[in-house]
Design a protein around this ligand. Structure first.
Ligand code: NAP
Length: 307
């Protein structure tokens, strides 16, 4: 299938372009970006022009930041195209619901991707937790914002989510692997005095079985990068490390890696299958948790952030 990639920035170049190139399902037929291009691929700077000029391209993959994404997604759906959304699927829940309603009414596929759910050990962790009673779960997501989001002003603006932009990846895994639904009870947000979004957050969640579920997210870690989820249960302690790529139970490496390696190749395989069966996949639970963290979070002003 021919596909157009919109928003040629860091994640498009690092992950989408190589994953599409390595896939038998997809042919990268056009890009839409004001500044970015991909060598050898027809480049447009305006989405409307591309949709008009290339009716043969049936699938649009959006790698824009969350705020401009809704307008682009709706434009593509209105033009009768299937749409794949980078995470988070939008800037607000209401706009995600509107996109889903439009896709369903039009018989088009819409995919809210969560790349961290495709990490090697997430499926094994979900299977292991299925018959255990959870006692506690702790998310630790500590990384260096300058390394992963260099020069990205949008991330500090309203709708950019700040540290909850990577934090939502952890929440996408938690909502996938836990058999029970959790919700936010309280949060603290550390917001640099010159920014609109948090550089660090701590969160407490309600778990229906009474387990203590917490998260710490912090963007001020230049050395060790930690993306870890530790779940203590009646059957042992599971640790998902490296963003879901590694799993241990009581300290011993375990789990079978899935055959297709890499998060983004799996996302594109999922999209090919979704389009093939005319499906919609819009799980908004990670986004709901982030919206609630932002709604309930106590804001503390901290030192200005200079990129
Ligand atoms: P980025 O490097 O800033 O790239 C986004 C691109 O979108 C820009 O290069 C820009 O290209 C285009 N764009 C169009 N309208 C824009 C606007 N109003 N403001 C800024 N850029 C605009 O961002 P990214 O890191 O690739 O992130 C894009 C999405 O991918 C985000 O939702 C993010 O959460 C997700 N993501 C990022 C990472 C990561 O590690 N960075 C990992 C996974 C997912 P033109 O100027 O050429 O139009």
């Amino acid at each position: 299938m021919k596909l157009a990639l919109v928003g040629i920035g860091k994640i498009a170049v690092d992950q989408h372009v190589p994953s599409i190139a390595a896939s038998d399902d997809w042919d990268l037929a056009a890009t839409v970006s004001r500044n970015g291009t991909v060598e050898g691929v027809e480049a447009f700077t305006d989405l409307g022009q591309m949709l008009e000029a290339r009716p043969d391209i049936r699938v649009i993959s959006l790698c824009l930041p969350p705020v401009p994404r809704f307008a682009a997604a709706m434009q593509a759906l209105e033009a009768g195209r299937h749409v794949m959304l980078e995470k988070p699927p939008g800037a607000t829940l209401a706009e995600c619901h509107a996109l889903e309603a439009k896709a369903r009414a039009s018989g088009l596929s819409l995919y809210a991707t969560w790349h961290s759910r495709e990490a090697d050990m997430v499926g094994a962790a979900k299977a292991w937790l299925r018959d255990k009673a959870l006692k506690s779960l702790q998310v630790t997501w500590k990384e260096d914002v300058r390394r992963w989001h260099p020069g990205q002003a949008w991330i500090w603006e309203p709708g950019g989510m700040g540290v909850l932009d990577p934090g939502i990846n952890a929440l996408s895994i938690v909502t996938e692997i836990l058999p029970d639904e959790i919700h936010v009870t309280s949060a603290t947000l550390e917001v640099p005095e010159n920014c609109q979004t948090p550089i660090a957050a701590t969160v407490d969640f309600h778990h229906p079985g009474g387990a203590r579920v917490t998260a710490v997210m912090d963007w001020r870690h230049e050395d060790t990068q930690t993306w870890e989820i530790v779940a203590e249960t009646d059957g042992g302690t599971l640790t998902l490390a490296d963003g879901g790529a590694r799993m241990t139970v009581d300290g011993a490496e375990t789990g079978e890696a899935a055959a297709l390696s890499g998060e983004y190749p799996r996302l594109y395989a999922n999209m090919a299958s979704l389009v093939g069966r005319g499906g919609v996949d819009m799980d908004l639970r990670p986004m709901t948790l982030v919206a609630d963290i932002l709604a309930l979070g106590r804001r503390d002003s901290v030192a200005a952030f200079e990129d």
